[in-house]
Every structure is written in C-alpha cells, then in structure tokens.
Design a protein around this ligand. Sequence first.
Ligand SMILES: Nc1ncnc2c1ncn2[C@@H]1O[C@H](COP(=O)(O)OP(=O)(O)O)[C@@H](O)[C@H]1O
Ligand SMILES: Nc1ccn([C@@H]2O[C@H](COP(=O)(O)O)[C@@H](O)[C@H]2O)c(=O)n1
Ligand SMILES: [Mg+2]
Length: 498
Amino acid sequence: MPEKAVDDVMDSAVGAHFSGLRLEALRLSTPSAPSSPSSAKAAAAAAHSNGVVYANGVGASSADAAELVSPSALRQPFVIGVSGGTASGKTTVCDMIIQQLHDHRVVLVNQDSFYRGLTAEESAHAQDYNFDHPDAFDTEQLLECMGQLKRAQPVNVPIYDFKNHRRSSESFRKVNASDVIILEGILVFHDQRVRNLMDMKIFVDTDADIRLARRIRRDTVERGRDVSSVLEQYGRFVKPAFDDFVLPSKKYADVIIPRGGDNHVAIDLIVQHIRTKLGQHDLCKIYPHVYVVQSTFQIRGMHTLIRDRDITTPDFVFYSDRLIRLVVEHGLGHLPFTEKQIITPTGSIYMGVEFCKKLCGVSIVRSGESMENALRACCKGIKIGKILIHRVGDNGQQLIYHKLPMDIAERHVLLLDPVLGTGNSANQAIELLIRKGVPEERIIFLNLISAPEGIQCVCKRFPRLKIVTSEIDTGLSEEYRVIPGLGEYGDRYFGTDN
Ligand SMILES: Nc1ncnc2c1ncn2[C@@H]1O[C@H](COP(=O)(O)OP(=O)(O)O)[C@@H](O)[C@H]1O
Ligand SMILES: Nc1ccn([C@@H]2O[C@H](COP(=O)(O)O)[C@@H](O)[C@H]2O)c(=O)n1
Ligand SMILES: [Mg+2]
C-alpha cells in the first residue's frame, strides 16, 4: 500500500478525537504468518486436558497443570438443575446431553438417589407411601453432597433400588468433582436452598398423557410394578403431588423444553451453552486475566443473531453495538478508581468513587473502529488512536501504521478489535503500544469473540494484559478463521460484504 494512501486512510479514520499525530512505518523482519493451527490446536488441547485441577488435587492430570493453574483462578462448577413431572424425560434428556458433550468434566446427580430408604414396616405398606412428597427425599444429604462437589471434593452418592424401595447398604456411586454438575429430579426446584445452588434451570415439559403411558411402560418393565399398581399410585400420589409441588416450581425455570428428548433443537442449544461454559472454565483457569462477560440468554440471543449469515446489515450493526457496549462496560470495570465523597440533594454524604481519567482507546483498523462508538458513548470525549496492520505479500512482512495520543504512555489503553483469531495482529499492536511506553498491565484488550488459540498466543506473550470478551469460540479452521465465528466482521459491520 503506498504511504500516501495509508496517510489518507489514517487521517480520515482518525477524525478529531486527538491531536497527537504520528505516522510511522515499521518493517518487521520476523516472520509473522499465523502460527500453525495444528500446533495451536495441540496447545489448546493440552491446556484443555490439563485445565481441570481441583483444590484437593482430585482430577489433576499432570504436574504441568499444577504449574499452569493458580488456585486463585479456580472457579465454582456450573450447576444445571433439570426438573419436570415423572416420566417427562428428565433422565433421558440428561443422558442425551452428557452423551453429546462427550466430556469427562460433566457429571450427573439424580435426586432419586436421595430417596429415604423405607423401613421393613414401611416396605410392607409401600403402596401407601407417598414417594412424590418432598419429605420422601433426604434433602439435607443432597445439599451436603452438592456442597462437597461445589467445594471440588468427590462424593459417594447412594444407590437407590426402586424395586425394594431401599438404598444399597454396601455400594455407592463415586462422583468426582467436575466443572459442570447436572442435578435432575421431580422436586429439584422445590427447596429454595437446592435452587440456589443452580446456575441454570431447565424444566422438561411433556404432555401428561404421554407421561402416564411412559410411566406405565417403564415401571412395569424396569421397576417391578404391575399396571394396576402404577395406575393406583398415579391417581393417589403422583398426580396430586405433581399439581401441588412440581408444576408450581416450573416458574423457576430459565429454559422450558417441550417434548423432552424429542426436542433435538433444545438439546443442541443446551449442549452448545455447556460447551461454551467448559471452554471458558479452562481458559479462565489457566489465564487469570481473561474475563468473559457473564453469559445470559439475552447475550446468547444476540450472538445467535449476529452469527447468523442471513442477518441484515442494520440488524448486525444493532446487535453488535449492544454486545460491544456490554464488553466495553465490563472492560471499564477493570480500570483503577479513586474514592470520592459527594453531598447528595438530600444533604447526605455519599461515599463513592471517581473514574480513572487517564485512559484512551486504540482501535485496530478496520473492524476495531466498529467498537469506537460504544467506547465514546461510555467515556465522553475519550481520545481514540488507531493501528493499521498491513500484510505485505506472503513472506510474513508487515507494515504497521499508527496514530496514537502523544501522551499514551501515561494512559490506560482499551485496545479494540471485535475478533481475536490467531492473536498475531493483536500481538503486533500490543508490542507497538509497549514500545510507546504503555505498561503491559495497563492494556485491556476488548473483543466480541475470541478463539482459544488467540487467547493462548496473546496471554503467553503478555501475561499481565487483560482480555475481556463476550464469548470464547471453539477454535480456528485450517484457514485461520474463527469457528463457529461470525465471518468478516468489518465487511459485515460496514456493509461492504456481498
Ligand atoms: N422421547 C421419548 N420417546 C419415547 N420414550 C421416551 C422418550 N423419552 C423418554 N422415554 C421413555 O420414557 C420413560 C421415562 O423417561 P425418563 O427419562 O426415565 O423420565 P424421567 O426421568 O423424567 O422420569 C423411559 O422408559 C424412557 O425410556
Ligand atoms: N420407591 C419408589 C421411589 C420413587 N417412585 C416414583 O419415582 C418417581 C420419580 O422418578 P422419575 O424418574 O419418574 O422422575 C416419582 O414419581 C415416584 O412416584 C416409586 O414409584 N417408587
Ligand atoms: Mg428419572
């Protein structure tokens, strides 16, 4: 690219946001082609398998892992509650989720395991016992087990036999501490203390007639009952308890799955959500300065829209802007502050804080410019610099042009690029900022999506820099594209795609 043209690009791009004008062309001799995706993938895979290290050492798979992960970076496991009426398909749905995930870091805990065993006398009149009432479960023991798992300790879960209504006296099922715990049962949303353990609640909603038909088949085939006893128990206890306890707890659900295991779309979405959580867990454990905006279904919904190849440009811009705003706000939360006391209109003292004033934005041209408006909306009058990284041919040479505030060395820098792919251009930009005197720990790199390979590449080189992102994707393709990704972000945002 001729220097004049670049000058024009930079001048038109930079607008009137700062006065310190510099243009410098750097010819880099170090090859900067993306590091091979296979080696990056191998590194990501290694980190993936090593990432699960527990406070008590359970599950640590290598000595390297212990070095990589600092105990302060450990997070709580992600707990998913699955409720619904009897024979709605709860166990089936959980089994499908676990099978699809194919990941050892997910464990299932069944509320059924915590049924109180009947005494000999109660067993003799089992037909009169209400197994659908909350008192039929030892909820204290369930809470204790879940507490242990949350504290990353393995637990022995009882084994319950539906045929004789007793727990096995000799054997237990050993459940290891894991990153994702799924807790399923008819009444897991009933007790507030159990509900409070959950990060996500799913209700499996299946038509009552279908449930009854399935229950008759299951209980006669698997639980040693005959049809008339199933029907009698259903009318006397199961249905009334469903109406009194199970159905009223549906209101606590975040997600309702109609048709249970037949609803493949819902199961795929949940699997995808858990995968995202697992990816975040590993990388956030390994790199304590990686922050992922807390996922909500609003955020997931916006990602679903902007990742859809058929979305219109105005919608892409609208939802990208909303997401970017969240990332920017989160990033600003990592800036230092000073305490400040003010007087409110009621004459009272309010002990507050004052924002850090010495900051600026730097966008990596061109797609990083799409994040500038959100930054300006949050920080009135903020100076925004630009860095353009231009590849010259295929030999790895790059030209870097920049326009940065004169006093950038004294500022905190919010580096803007919506997609962190290989991490190579991000590293070039960060190196330049450091050469300009910005300390590594004063740089916050903001993106919408990040590939694990990019996070590894940047964090290994700049371990004190912070990365704030809204989702971590699966990885890079052979062509270094983020997968599932969202395509050429700049073209989609500025409407220059086809
Ligand atoms: N989508 C489905 N189609 C047909 N049968 C199903 C389906 N989902 C579950 N079942 C069967 O219905 C019975 C009840 O399912 P289960 O998953 O045990 O329900 P829950 O755990 O909610 O009681 C089981 O025998 C199971 O094999
Ligand atoms: N000894 C027992 C214990 C429980 N039940 C019934 O099991 C149902 C809960 O399990 P799901 O897999 O169907 O959710 C519940 O409705 C109890 O009536 C039983 O029959 N015998
Ligand atoms: Mg079940």
